[in-house]
Design a protein around this ligand. Structure first.
Ligand SMILES: Cc1cc2nc3c(=O)[nH]c(=O)nc-3n(C[C@H](O)[C@H](O)[C@H](O)COP(=O)(O)OP(=O)(O)OC[C@H]3O[C@@H](n4cnc5c(N)ncnc54)[C@H](O)[C@@H]3O)c2cc1C
Length: 380
């Protein structure tokens, strides 16, 4: 067993930290207040190579293995204070670029991947619907074949990036049961595709979100990703990677918050005593360290498993569950340690907590991760 990163992975993580601290950490409170998605910072991330992180089709780098990608995103999370922007970039890379790179036809890869990977195009994915939610595979949007076209009808909710996206990876029902879902790639300008107004959110406010509506939306047969009925398989395979990529920045955020808490515990001296002298605070910090390191190990192990052994369903569900729950707990502890200051918008703790709360919901809630793990034991 070897727990060390390679020199190259450490270099990548450090480079990402420096890029994110220098480019993505300014002006976040204002953008958060205004719910502003910054195209300029999106472009900066693209120049750094984040949007095409995993795909060998990226002209500016790309083709990183999953462990390197985790190292890079951890560094990004540490340096960037803009969790919403990072979430948008990862959603694009993991749920739009990744399935097209893995399951797309030669023509689809040629047409879309270079521009998705270099950030020219923004991608989004829609599986969640108002009436299916956690039971994603029971979705009702229909895909009906009509000659050389598919006709899509239905709606998708909570679609990250929808207000600004150029391309949508959408899942629809083309038949009955598990094998009855298919996956399509649909450009924004397609007739019959409508984007709703931006949804206002509690956190991750710099990441735009909207509902989308499909009303006799006709796409050519060449829009089908993989084969007819591949939707559930593409979705499950994609989710395995997305769970890891989306949680990697949280490890970096947690590390930076923990360092801030240690400093604050030393420097804050109400009544003359540094609060870190109180066992209640010191133990809370030890517990934060425990939460972070436990979550970190599960995430690294799942990424290793997926990179070296292929499937990592159980490992990625455990990692998603552990990191997201640790993230929320750690932010709550940081709030307690900063006291009233943490509750003010002047410090970043209240924003971090608002952003963190989404992590136990997106890419499958904590309950759904538990269902997955228990299901593999034949339970539930
Ligand atoms: C910030 C953010 C970004 C998102 N981005 C996207 C996106 O880009 N594309 C997309 O398609 N979706 C996206 N989603 C949607 C997300 O995947 C769903 O919110 C999530 O799957 C839960 O569905 P729901 O909100 O309808 O909750 P529900 O399914 O209504 O669940 C409500 C509660 O019931 C629990 N529950 C439901 N079913 C079960 C069960 N079988 N066993 C135990 N408990 C259960 C849930 O865990 C939860 O606690 C995003 C969500 C958020 C918050």
């Amino acid at each position: 067993m070897d727990f060390s990163w390679t020199e190259e992975e450490l270099r990548l993580r450090q480079g990402a930290r420096e890029f994110a601290s220098a480019r993505l950490a300014e002006g976040v409170p204002q953008r958060d207040r205004d719910s502003t998605f910054s195209r300029e910072l999106w472009n900066a991330c693209a120049e750094f190579g984040l949007q095409g992180l995993l795909t060998a089709d990226a002209s500016n780098g790309g083709g990183a293995n999953l462990l390197s990608a985790v190292a890079i995103l951890e560094g990004i999370g540490y340096g960037a204070r803009d969790n919403g922007l990072v979430f948008s970039v990862v959603a694009h890379a993991a749920s739009c670029v990744e399935p097209l790179a893995t399951f797309g036809s030669e023509a689809q890869r040629r047409e879309w991947l270079p521009r998705l990977a270099d950030g020219t195009l923004i991608g989004a994915t829609g599986i969640t619907e108002p009436d299916s939610g956690s039971s994603a595979l029971t979705l009702a949007t229909t895909a009906v074949q009509d000659g050389a076209e598919w006709v899509l009808n239905g709606s998708k909710t909570f679609v990250t990036n929808a207000p600004v996206a150029d391309l949508f990876v959408l899942y629809a029902r083309s038949g009955q049961g598990f094998g009855g879902l298919s996956c399509f790639v649909v450009p924004r300008e397609t007739a019959g595709l409508t984007i709703g107004p931006p949804v206002e959110k509690m956190g991750l406010r710099t990441s735009p979100m909207a509902l989308i509506y499909l009303d006799d939306c006709r796409v050519p047969s060449s829009s089908l990703v993989g084969g007819i009925g591949w939707g559930a398989m593409i979705f499950s395979r994609t989710m395995e990677v997305e769970r890891l990529l989306v949680m990697a920045p949280a490890i970096g955020v947690m590390e930076r918050l923990l360092e801030g808490c240690v400093l604050h515990a030393r420097q804050r001296t109400p009544g003359g005593t540094p609060i870190g002298k109180y066992q209640a605070i010191a133990h809370r910090i030890a517990d934060m360290e425990l939460q972070l390191e436990g979550a970190r190990l599960l995430l690294y192990r799942a990424a290793w498993q997926r990179a070296h052994r292929g499937a990592a369903t159980r490992e990625s569900a455990l990692a998603k569950l552990a990191v997201s729950e640790a993230y929320v707990e750690l932010c709550r502890s940081a709030m307690q340690i900063y006291g009233g200051y943490g509750y003010t918008a002047e410090y970043e703790i209240e924003r971090q907590l608002r952003d963190a709360l989404a992590a136990t919901l997106y890419v499958g809630t904590s309950e759904i991760q538990r269902n997955l793990v228990a299901g593999l034991r034949g339970l539930g």
